[in-house]
Design a protein around this ligand. Structure first.
Ligand code: SF4
Ligand code: SF4
Length: 336
């Protein structure tokens, strides 16, 4: 319980700061490395060479800078984070400071689940389809079985959700993945693939995606364990098909590359290129001098780490219930 109070306290403080017109990031995403043991068609990251990775001391410096800038939620990803032997040490430090989550492709999860789970509040495991589709999209046979085995083990220790990237390969199978999540007793978060110049372009035609988004929204309303809010689907549908723009607030999330550099202005624009090191940057100053207004009408991606905080409103009761009260209740129950 003791850790909850500082997290909520920081969030409220940040909210108040925002009300005074100050911009502060409250979610951080950090790629621990680009190297990966899978070869997803739509992914540019496994194709990049890693330079020297951050030491544990540098990871701590990065976390301290982010905490001082107002960050309350930290999400680790890659590449494949479980390829790092010091992952437990990094997660332990993060869990002392932040609500902590991790995304893995699940290949190496079964044997590490118990040792990493104690430092996690939420674990996301990528599953993009049933066996054949998943293995095709992920580029390595056997990846579906490994992910499934990993989920079965990890859910004994921590709250787990499937993370699904919707592409031309799997768009007609997405509802089956939602059924799978329900059968496994885990959540599922979806987002539409974004076309990077250095990967294969698999993002589906918007027209073809319409029925899929409507089906997902209906499943959400019917109580399937979809982590995205109902408003997430409403917003995508309004923006992509009816031209009603949502105001992106990319400053709500700060992304950090494997060398500890801030990715500006967001995860996808500039193809995830890092700039200055986190611990050498006055983040609050940068956040409040940078011209974010040009990105407000961007609407290019559907990444939930940007879209969800951008559309969150204290006036939308269902969002407050699900995002604040629900997550606090989940958090407390996970501590009991
Ligand atoms: S598992 Fe993740 S990092 Fe690895 S290739 Fe696939 S999308 Fe990229
Ligand atoms: S909508 Fe545009 S500015 Fe906002 S996160 Fe996506 S790509 Fe970046």
């Amino acid at each position: 319980m003791a850790i909850i109070e500082p997290i909520i306290g920081r969030s409220i403080k940040r909210k108040m700061g925002g009300m005074r017109g100050k911009k502060m990031p409250f979610i951080a995403g950090h790629k621990l490395l680009y190297t990966c043991n899978l070869r997803c068609d739509m992914c540019p990251f496994w194709r990049r060479k890693d330079e020297r990775l951050l030491s544990i001391d540098e990871e701590i410096m990065m976390m301290d800078s982010l905490a001082s800038a107002g960050v309350s939620f930290m999400g680790f990803e890659g590449g494949e984070p479980l390829l790092r032997n010091d992952l437990e040490d990094i997660l332990r430090e993060s869990h002392r400071r932040f609500h902590t989550s991790l995304v893995t492709n699940g290949w190496l999860l079964k044997n590490r689940a118990s040792s990493i789970a104690k430092y996690l509040d939420y674990l996301f495991v990528s599953i993009d389809g049933l066996k054949e589709t998943h293995d095709k999209q992920r580029g390595v046979p056997g990846s579906f079985e490994h992910a499934l085995e990993g989920i079965e083990e990890a859910k004994k220790y921590v709250q787990v959700a499937i993370s699904t990237t919707i592409t031309t390969y799997n768009m007609n199978e997405i509802t089956k993945v939602v059924e799978l999540a329900k059968d496994l007793g885990v959540g599922i978060n979806v987002q539409v693939s974004y076309d990077y110049s250095t990967a294969n372009n698999l993002s589906p035609e918007k027209k073809a995606l319409y029925d899929v988004l409507l089906s997902l929204k209906k499943m959400k309303e019917d109580g399937y364990p979809i982590v995205n809010s109902k408003e997430y689907f409403d917003t995508l549908i309004s923006s992509w098909y009816y031209g009603i723009k949502w105001a992106c607030k990319p400053w709500s999330t700060v992304n950090i590359d494997p060398q500890g550099r801030i990715v500006m202005p967001c995860y996808v624009l500039n193809e995830y290129a890092g700039s200055s090191k986190v611990w050498e940057t006055d983040i609050v100053r940068l956040w409040n001098t940078y011209d974010w207004s040009q990105y407000e009408s961007c609407n290019k991606c559907s990444l939930s780490c940007y879209l969800e905080p951008s559309i969150f409103s204290w006036k939308k009761l269902s969002m407050v219930n699900e995002r604040i009260i629900g997550s606090i209740a989940n958090y407390i129950s996970s501590m009991l």
